[in-house]
Design a protein around this ligand. Structure first.
Ligand code: ARG
Length: 576
């Protein structure tokens, strides 16, 4: 497919430069397209060749470009070779180009995924930890971001051939459970816990916190309850287990609505005793210092003057969030033998992970180099009609309600079997696309009206384009699969095919920096190009042969759009 063209160009270069193809391939890339402007298909970057020592860096780069261009001769595959600025441009034989690219859609649901470019990637086991809410506390916008970003990373890594472990690391341990336990004994109700568990646990938690502010007894009870938990008192553990089980069960329902799943529900509670072992190991390696206050710290300063320390032990001998994370990382490496591990949280935890990645190697765990933190920015103003977002379900309901209203007001809305379901899927894609469009580190303000616009670069636009393509394909189902590529000679058709050619590069880029924006912007552009082509290249009413060729073009565009959307975590709708 597309990449055999890459090969053909590399082979040609290899003969001229007397270098192995493998070294030349990385310097070749598909050219980004522009609407209403014709571009070559591939370009060879001279600076990459210079960087890789294939060409001398001393020469004038433009002269080098022109010189090399002169030495390369077009053939029946590569129809045109020209010098650009610091790069050589290649255009493939039009007929061959269109035919090879579009015919892959005959049976290839994995377009782009087994390309030569992606086949060079190392594959292994990727552990992605995401979502990770805290029991009885709010599920805030940060948890939502972690959930959708982590899901995207897991989808992408899986599509690229890795074994992926999707892990949810619950905040299910710590003093808050002392409060919750003590609080539940006083204000809790088993029937409410059964009917509306998340809501009830949250209410009890809010109430007990408020009460504890001026109630010494309650604070003491909370401490007692937590101590009982740490001592594995069966009654305390029983109640805690119930809170945890019920929470996981509830979350599983909501994650399902979101199209997200986990292989493992882990949590801080699983690593309490290992965390104590970590403290002992730090001690035996001479890394644990005791402060005047009696806390245990690890010195992370460069000069060893305790100017930058990380507290791993409280004065009462209990461990902290970071201590449990150290233990958890070691346990995961043991258990899953991952080749890489990715943590997805908001950027306020960047320092926490930096400390983690510093302490692990100090304990001899040099695989810490294969761990990454993917930080993301704050979302401001994510509200529902009834106020602040407290539960994940609130956001999903709000997206659905608003989208349903928009659909009922739009003249183009089709008769649907299950409008609520469609509204939910479209509403969610709006949320995801808005979130993924920019660099993850940026903060952004949330605005329902803006994200749900049908025009412009929104998830609604992606869905709308997909639905239109599906309807076009369905209406013309009887057309034969074979087509004459010379009938697709209009610029708007060629541009789409050229754009599809970039799909694997875009996936590669996203898999390297773990930023979904490359894929999102690629898909949005595909939709814009498709919309123009749709206007300019009608299928209906065209002579059969032309209609057939155009249908093949739109089939390619629909297939890549759907696959890309699924990677983002969006379920493409076929009608809306
Ligand atoms: N539960 C934490 C929170 O809500 C996030 C956990 C992130 N993961 C980790 N391994 N520390 O802030």
């Amino acid at each position: 497919m597309a990449c055999s063209f890459r090969r053909a160009i590399a082979a040609k270069l290899s003969r001229t430069l007397q270098q192995p193809e493998e070294l030349l391939l990385p310097a070749l890339s598909a050219v980004p397209v522009f609407r209403k402007q014709q571009t070559p298909d591939f370009k060879l970057s001279l600076s990459v060749l210079r960087l890789n020592g294939i060409l001398p860096t001393t020469a004038d780069i433009q002269l080098q470009t022109e010189d090399l261009t002169r030495q390369l001769k077009p053939d029946c595959v590569v129809q045109d070779i020209s010098a650009g600025s610091g790069a050589i441009n290649f255009t493939i034989n039009r007929k061959l180009f269109i035919q090879k690219l579009l015919e892959t859609f005959d049976n290839d649901a994995k377009f782009g995924l087994n390309s030569e470019l992606l086949n060079t990637l190392n594959r292994g086991t990727t552990l992605v930890e995401y979502s990770s809410p805290n029991i009885a506390k709010k599920f805030h916008a940060g948890h939502l971001r972690s959930t959708i970003i982590g899901n995207f990373i897991a989808n992408l890594k899986e599509a690229l051939g890795n074994k992926v472990i999707r892990m949810n690391y619950l905040g299910d341990w710590g003093m808050q459970f002392g409060l919750l336990g003590a609080g539940f004994t006083q204000f809790g109700s088993y029937s409410k816990l059964r009917d509306n568990p998340l809501q009830h646990l949250f209410e009890v938690y809010v109430q007990v916190n408020r009460e504890a502010e001026h109630n010494d007894n309650l604070r003491q009870e909370a401490r007692d309850f937590f101590r009982k938990l740490e001592e594995h008192n069966p009654e305390a553990v029983g109640l805690w287990q119930r809170f945890r089980d019920i929470t996981v069960e509830e979350y599983q329902h909501v994650y399902k609505r979101l199209g997200v799943r986990f292989d493992v529900y882990s949590g801080e509670s699983l690593h309490q005793s290992q965390a104590q072992e970590v403290v002992e190991q730090l001690q035996s390696r001479g890394l644990l210092k005791t402060t005047e206050k009696g806390t245990g710290v690890v010195d992370l300063s460069v000069s060893g003057d305790l100017s930058n320390v990380c507290t791993v032990l409280r004065s009462d001998g209990t461990t902290l969030y970071i201590t449990r994370d150290i233990a958890a990382a070691i346990d995961r490496k043991d258990r899953y033998k991952f080749t890489e591990m990715i943590y997805v949280t908001d950027k306020s935890q960047a320092n926490h992970f930096q400390q983690l990645f510093q302490i692990l190697p100090a304990l001899g765990h040099h695989w810490a180099e294969s761990c990454r933190h993917v930080p993301f920015g704050l979302v401001k103003g994510m509200k529902t009609r009834t106020g602040e977002v407290v539960f994940l379900e609130d956001v999903l309901d709000e997206a659905r309600t608003r989208m349903l209203l928009n659909m009922s007001q739009s003249k183009t809305t089709k008769e649907l079997e299950d409008p609520e379901d469609t509204a939910e899927k479209v509403g969610l894609s709006a949320l995801i696309v808005q979130d993924f469009k920019g660099p993850l580190q940026s903060d952004y303000s949330f605005d329902w009206d803006r994200i749900l616009q049908a025009q412009g670069d929104t998830g609604v636009f992606l869905q709308y384009t997909h639905a239109r393509l599906c309807s076009l394909l369905q209406k013309n189902e009887d057309l034969a699969a074979h087509f004459d590529p010379s009938l697709l000679n209009e610029p708007s058709a060629i541009t789409i095919v050229q754009h599809l050619l970039r799909y694997d590069e875009v996936l590669l880029q996203s898999s390297q920096d773990l930023q979904p924006k490359h894929l999102v912007n690629f898909l949005l552009k595909l939709c814009h190009l498709t919309a123009s082509a749709h206007r300019e290249l009608p299928v209906k009413g065209s002579p059969a042969e032309v209609a057939q060729a155009r249908r093949c073009l739109f089939r390619g565009s629909c297939s890549v759009l759907a696959n890309g959307m699924k990677l983002l975590g969006v379920t493409p709708v076929t009608k809306m």
